[in-house]
Design a protein around this ligand. Structure first.
Ligand code: GLN
Length: 194
């Protein structure tokens, strides 16, 4: 049984919880999926998901609660979506606390005003069929460092990245009915605890 924590500081946390539970069920994997808030709760998890929301707010609360230290010290696998992707990066165009767990530079709200929200069928690496990408004031990565694997792009904008035990998507897999991204993350977590 793995324990997956959805970081419950701000943003669309419940959607991720439901989606992770569905993904585990679909794969027949035993996973306890719970909302977590404190460093102690985070430390007890095998994997953490950081939702979309406001990355400045989530980042500040992560620091205030000492969650950044726990994630780094315990090398806990993390998946970050949208605001979560921003937080996993090393650099953004804003002054804000970041986790810096993935060597990538991120542009916040990168798709501009005309495209505040949109949907796009995505061709992602290792996925046989397209994935329905939901983008809401989404960021993109424009530079990744050594070891980071680009999993998807829209033209030159990088919208999914994997690095070590970390996964970032600019879009919101929790707002679709397609559980494949969450399945992938649970598999990653399982590989780490085995
Ligand atoms: N633009 C937001 C941020 O950078 C992210 C938006 C979202 O998570 N939907 O904080």
């Amino acid at each position: 049984m793995v324990k997956i924590g959805i970081l419950n500081l701000q943003g669309d946390v419940s959607e991720h919880q439901t989606m992770t539970q569905q993904a585990a069920l679909k794969r027949g994997l035993e996973a306890e999926v719970l909302k977590v808030k404190t460093a102690t709760e985070v430390a007890a998890c095998d994997g953490i998901i950081i939702s979309g929301g406001e990355s400045t707010v989530i980042g500040r609360l992560i620091k205030e609660n000492g969650i950044d230290k726990v994630l780094k010290e315990k090398k806990i696998p993390v998946m970050g979506t949208c605001a979560g992707m921003v937080l996993l990066g090393r650099e953004t165009d804003f002054q804000q606390p970041l986790l810096g767990l993935i060597p990538m530079k991120v542009k916040r709200n990168g798709f501009g005003r005309q495209k505040l929200s949109f949907e796009a069928d995505l061709k992602l690496k290792s996925m046989e069929t397209q994935y329905p990408g939901v983008f809401i004031r989404a960021p993109f990565a424009y530079e990744v460092g050594e070891g980071a694997v680009v999993l998807g792009q829209i033209q030159d904008k990088i919208i999914a990245v994997a690095y070590k035990n970390y996964l970032a998507t600019a879009f919101h897999p929790e707002l679709t009915e397609d559980t494949r991204i969450h399945e992938y993350f649970i598999e990653e977590v399982l590989n780490c605890v085995e």
